[in-house]
Design a protein around this ligand. Structure first.
Ligand code: ATP
Length: 223
């Protein structure tokens, strides 16, 4: 596909705990870049997740793993902005900052997995997210879109039928996309490490080396 000019091409943001980043995140990010023509996709590790227990693994280590995972892929970048802020890492604050940086015309899209979408109405100022960005929902193995409740109603109101809504407007639409399903989760990788089993090939080798070097998910692991 022909990419739109970098100065006007859409930009995406994939936030997460990335504890650790894995091939499910990375393959989805790359497919999104190529399917929707994003000039750049920010992988944005969360410092202090407001909606789940704080990970044992420090945010700086999780961000280091993101950096290692994307070496050599210039369309993906590691965005450490939430590590620099104190207090809970509200996504809406990050989107507001990104909107100020990219200006009012640039198309920005926040990427969420289906699991994240289901709890969206518990996010701080969730109704304001679409003021700053589109939301692209990745249909994830084993998850379904909400069928009733506040998020289901919101989805009905804002859902776009075509990717062009995301490419041609700065913010305000929800696009649901099916990407190649890779049934990988950070939870499973941590569990494998804790059980002394290898998570190799579920995540990039430099990330695995980093986990081993810093003994992140189990004491004395040797893959
Ligand atoms: P955990 O198992 O610790 O909950 P996770 O694997 O779900 O972690 P997160 O860092 O919480 O990873 O996810 C960040 C974002 O990436 C979320 O929006 C999540 O839905 C999405 N995501 C996670 N794993 C995949 C996958 N295999 N395919 C597509 N999207 C994914």
């Amino acid at each position: 596909m022909t990419l739109p000019e970098a100065s006007v091409a859409p930009v995406a943001i994939l936030g997460g705990t990335f504890n650790p980043i894995h091939n499910g995140h990375l393959r989805s990010a790359l497919e999104l870049v190529e399917r929707l023509g994003f000039a750049r996709l920010h992988l944005m590790p969360c410092a202090t997740p407001p909606h789940r227990d704080a990970p044992d693994c420090p945010a700086t280590r999780r961000a280091d793993m993101v950096e290692l995972a994307i070496l050599g892929e210039p369309r993906l970048c590691c965005d450490r902005r939430e590590l620099a802020r104190s207090g809970p890492s509200w996504t809406v604050d990050s989107l507001q900052e990104l909107r100020a940086e990219y200006g009012p015309q640039r198309s920005l899209s926040l990427v969420l997995g289906c699991d994240a979408l289901l709890g969206l109405d518990r996010w701080h100022r969730w109704q304001a997210l679409l003021d700053f960005a589109h939301i692209v929902v990745i249909a994830r193995p084993g998850w379904q879109l909400p069928e009733q409740g506040a998020v289901a109603d919101w989805l009905t109101r804002h859902r776009a039928a075509e990717p062009s809504a995301v490419q041609q407007h700065p913010a305000g639409a929800v696009l649901v996309l099916e990407l190649r399903p890779l049934d990988i989760s950070s939870t499973e990788i941590r569990a494998l490490c804790a059980a002394g089993r290898s998570p190799r090939y579920l995540l990039p080798e430099p990330v695995l080396d980093y986990i081993e070097k810093h003994q992140l998910y189990a004491a004395g692991i040797d893959f």
